[in-house]
Design a protein around this ligand. Structure first.
Ligand SMILES: C[S@@+](CC[C@H](N)C(=O)[O-])C[C@H]1O[C@@H](n2cnc3c(N)ncnc32)[C@H](O)[C@@H]1O
Length: 200
């Protein structure tokens, strides 16, 4: 078994939000809303990049942050969420041992910008919130200045058929738009969900 497969098995043991949508071996635990193999490959990618700081836009139950931090041991974590997800109330328990700060509210707002300005830069900014074209693109434009010199965006759902507007943003970046470069794409064998990785 490879190291990435071991990480995937560990992620499987943490619990999924929804087995049909995200895969996994049981529903519950950290309620992760990611494909376990894609996330294991992302962990491997971020370890190799020596990523040390993390901003998560859209956290829900906090499972994504928990699983990444277990391996990356970030020295700075900020989580942003409007707490409108039905599992958001679980986040305080799931992230209870993870040192982090939270912004609760609309991550597009002026208040959000002000909050992040004083905490930037970040090596990783993961976007998994508003799955609309305008919302996704606005996040990329708004938060680009908060990336560290070698910082990257990670965009979730770039191949998820129910997220056609996120797919559109990824395709536009591939075509040279939005002053972002594709660093990598992590896509599971079933071709669903998908993670796009971009730099300035
Ligand atoms: C798909 S879930 C996040 C899943 C999480 N990243 C994980 O891996 O388990 C999206 C979350 O983003 C929140 N959200 C959506 N639009 C937002 C916005 N404009 N500002 C802040 N949070 C938002 C939703 O309420 C929800 O909690």
């Amino acid at each position: 078994m490879t190291w990435i497969e071991e990480v995937k098995d560990d992620i499987l043991s943490m619990g999924s939000d929804n087995l049909a949508r995200f895969g996994g071996s049981f529903a519950g635990g950290i309620h992760l809303q990611k494909d376990p193999m894609e996330y294991a490959r992302l962990i491997d990618f971020l370890i190799k990049r020596k990523s040390k700081s993390y901003l998560e836009i859209g956290s829900a139950a906090g499972g994504g942050c928990y699983a990444l931090n277990k391996y990356l041991k970030f020295n700075k974590i900020v989580v942003m969420d409007d707490n409108k997800h039905s599992k958001s109330h679980l986040r305080s328990e799931i992230l209870k041992d993870v040192k982090h700060e939270e912004f609760i509210g609309d991550a597009h707002s002026k208040e959000a910008m002000k909050f992040i300005e004083s905490r930037a830069p970040f090596d990783v900014i993961l976007i998994d919130a508003d799955q609309t074209y305008k919302g996704t693109l606005t996040f990329l434009i708004q938060y680009k200045k908060f990336l560290s010199e070698n910082g990257i965006f990670v965009l979730h759902n770039i191949t998820e058929s129910s997220c056609s507007q996120v797919i559109k943003v990824d395709k536009e970046i591939e075509g040279g738009a939005h002053e972002l470069k594709i660093v990598d794409r992590i896509i599971s064998t079933n071709g669903r969900l998908g993670l796009g990785i971009y730099s300035r």
